[in-house]
Design a protein around this ligand. Structure first.
Ligand code: SAM
Length: 162
């Protein structure tokens, strides 16, 4: 059974400052010891954090320092589309990075490697795909956050690694 809910909130580029999204993820994080946020922006919720705009390091490389199954929780709040990713790199004056869909696939494979069995991946974006069954995850909870106007909903997915 997937627990499903929907709650309206104002949009905010700092995803984890959106009240229902914060309420969605905090119970998972509070019950965990090893938590990692490879796309943290300004958030300090994860214990281990990276953001390319702060460190200059792509999280695909950054995640390689952690052992297989070493995380209770990995937060996955990367840019939501190739266009957002391109805008991020352009704002840093770096236009040579890849923005193909394989970029998200590679990030997901690395996240799946880090989460221990029984741990969780918490994904945020415009799709409810999350990590997916092929990477060994089952969806436990979905929260839809509509923002009004022409904004896309933010879709939050909590998946447990089996
Ligand atoms: C949706 S925002 C994260 C917001 C954050 N969760 C919060 O609540 O403040 C996505 C972040 O991913 C970062 N980012 C984009 N490409 C990256 C990459 N290859 N490696 C690491 N961080 C990246 C961007 O700089 C941006 O801060």
């Amino acid at each position: 059974m997937i627990e499903f809910s929907r709650m309206w909130a104002m949009p905010n580029k700092n995803t984890f400052n959106i009240k229902p999204i914060r309420a969605f993820l905090l119970p998972y994080v509070r019950n965990a010891v090893e938590t990692c946020d490879p796309f943290c922006g300004d958030s300090t919720i994860g214990k281990y954090r990276n953001d390319i705009q702060k460190s200059g390091m792509d999280s695909l490389e950054w995640m390689k320092q952690f052992k297989d199954g070493s995380m209770d929780i990995v937060l996955f709040d990367a840019p939501y589309s190739p266009r957002q990713l391109k805008e991020c790199y352009n704002s840093m004056g770096q236009s040579l990075h890849d923005t193909k869909s394989s970029v998200w696939k590679n990030w997901k494979m690395e996240i799946a490697r880090l989460v221990r069995p029984g741990g969780y991946a918490l994904s945020f974006g415009w799709s409810s795909g999350g990590m997916g069954k092929q990477l060994g995850f089952d969806i436990e909870k979905i929260l839809l956050v509509p923002h009004g106007g022409n904004h896309h909903d933010t879709i939050c997915v909590a998946e447990k690694k089996n």
